[in-house]
Design a protein. Structure first.
Length: 311
């Protein structure tokens, strides 16, 4: 094996890829549900920022990793209420409201960080990792793929849960109808507003959970703008994956590899400009859009407001 691509290098690359991918997976799955119901949640980035600060603050206050993740999910859902009130119920432009949410959440979290932590910059203890018996002993791949915090495995299982919801439950059918033909769903006696509101709240909770994972498990620290565009990448993943949750997972892992390249290359002793490495995820986004964006099919009623009784 090349001295560059040795076991420490590959372990660091795989570990970083999974840790970097989890926030994208969680936020992307939430956005996928929101888009499936007909709501484009551009405010995903802001919800991730709010969840990251809430998760970090809760964990630092002594609630533990799981308490921090729960706090992030709850705050993300709370921020998404703005989208529910103004877009789903009042029919306002989803793009404008989403941008306002992102700008507002980014500003508020930066202000709160400055007020609470600008003098001390506290860090969290490293999250506990559990090695899966047997699998973690696989040479080269085992340490990077199968030694993580339990929340990581739980996050990966969310994709399976969403796939089952979409294909095996009435909720999945209602979500699809809300995004494709909301008037038909209305005629069937199902409240379109309620269905879309639920989807947006779940999307906010998932985005907040992704942000909390990034701060609590991924880095152990909160800094302003730490999501670095992850919310927008998650939106792209959701749009390309359509109603296939495992495509979100695959795309997120691809971007996770790009995001983890900096640490892995440093472990491998390769000097690469940091700015170039930081461009890799966005270069990957553009490449994926060029290759697959033309074939992406979005819900017919995506971004269109709907009021009960409308035909």
């Amino acid at each position: 094996m090349s001295p560059i691509f040795n076991e420490p290098f590959l372990a660091a690359l795989l570990t970083g890829a999974i840790i970097s991918a989890l926030p994208l997976i969680l936020a992307g799955l939430g956005e996928q549900m929101s888009e499936r119901a007909g709501v484009m949640n551009i405010g995903l980035e802001g919800m991730m920022m709010a969840g990251a600060l809430a998760g970090f603050a809760a964990t630092l206050a002594g609630l533990g990793v799981w308490g921090g993740l729960l706090a992030g999910a709850l705050v993300g859902a709370a921020v998404s209420v703005i989208m529910v009130l103004f877009c789903v119920r009042q029919g306002m432009n989803q793009i404008i409201v989403g941008i306002a949410i992102t700008l507002g959440a980014t500003g508020v979290t930066s202000l709160m960080h400055n007020a609470w932590y600008s003098r001390t910059y506290p860090r969290l203890d490293a999250a506990e990792k559990i090695a899966l018996p047997g699998l973690s002993q696989i040479p080269v791949l085992g340490p990077g793929l199968f030694t993580h915090h339990p929340a990581t495995w739980a996050g990966l299982l969310v994709a399976l849960a969403f796939a089952l919801i979409y294909r095996q439950t009435f909720l999945g059918l209602n979500l699809a109808a809300a995004g494709e033909k909301p008037d038909a769903l209305d005629a069937a006696g199902i409240d379109v507003t309620r269905t879309r509101s639920l989807a947006v709240l779940i999307a906010g909770a998932m985005a907040g959970l992704g942000g909390a994972y990034m701060a609590v498990i991924g880095s152990g620290i909160f800094v302003p703008h730490m999501t670095g565009g992850a919310g927008y990448i998650a939106i792209v993943l959701a749009m390309l994956a359509r109603d296939r949750p495992f495509w979100v997972v695959g795309g997120a892992l691809l971007f996770g590899l790009c995001l983890s390249a900096t640490t892995a290359l440093q472990v491998g002793g390769i000097e690469v400009p940091t700015d170039f490495i930081q461009m890799l995820p966005f270069l990957a986004v553009m490449a994926v859009l060029v290759l697959f964006g033309r074939n992406a099919r979005l819900p017919r009623a995506l971004g269109q407001p709907y009021h009960r009784g409308q035909r």
